[in-house]
Design a protein around this ligand. Sequence first.
Ligand code: URA
Length: 291
Amino acid sequence: MNTQMTREEMIEALRWQIEAGADEAILDAPIDRFAEAPQAAPQTTPKPQTQSTAPKPQPRPAAAKAPPPPKASAPAPATPAAAPAQRNAGAHELAAGAKTIEELRAALQAFDGCALKATATNLVFCDGNPQARIVFVGEAPGAEEDRQGMPFVGPAGKLLDRMLDAIGLDRSQALITNTIFWRPPGNRNPSPDEVAACLPFVERVIEIVDPAVLVLVGGIASKTLLATNDGIMKLRGKWAAFETPRMSRPVPTMPIFHPAFLLRSPGQKRLAWRDLIEIRQRLDAETGTGA
Ligand code: URA
């Protein structure tokens, strides 16, 4: 069979990979998966085949046949809150030892338990005020955050700033962080292992800041910290409670749409606005003074 691709097919295949999020080289040298294909043919089905389902070498997918690229807002895999705690006992210990946000940052710098650290340019941890009464937890750094080592500084971050401004807040009155502290290559969704590795540090941020209100920005943060498989469409706009054994009380917690989602779906801004008003009112009620 002729597996030679035309130039146009190669360009289409590359475009398909970029749209699917594979926009970075992870290894120094390319791997020719076609060359591997004959050995890789699975031999795992002992049952006789009644019809010919044996895998045939496939030509490179043309764009028309390609599956749709995963959306950046695709729901997260099953929540890592159920991930075995013993798998990252070291992370728990390291996080628990930090008494301030800066100590926690230093602990994360020394932490090698998340594979994303190897491919990221910078640690992206917190921005804002550790004394703030409100904490926002997003998803994971994107390209701009990775470059600058700061959360929410790309296009979604600009919209998050406008969302804060809409309720009279700025970064000096909020603490902003993420569920994941290193950029997943190509902005893919973080894996359950990656989320589990970072979770003790996210929890410790909330314990240290001890906010009056917690805002979970997008589906991944919401599922992770609320330990649920419900999606953001169901969770947004409803008050929940977040607590760890080291906290003296549960924190009122509101999931909201992620600004990256709102950039793609501006029609949903109406609901986001409603949620922001709720958050502002709760913050005022909890603090008695406004932020
Ligand atoms: N999206 C996030 O969830 N966090 C960031 O820091 C940037 C984009």
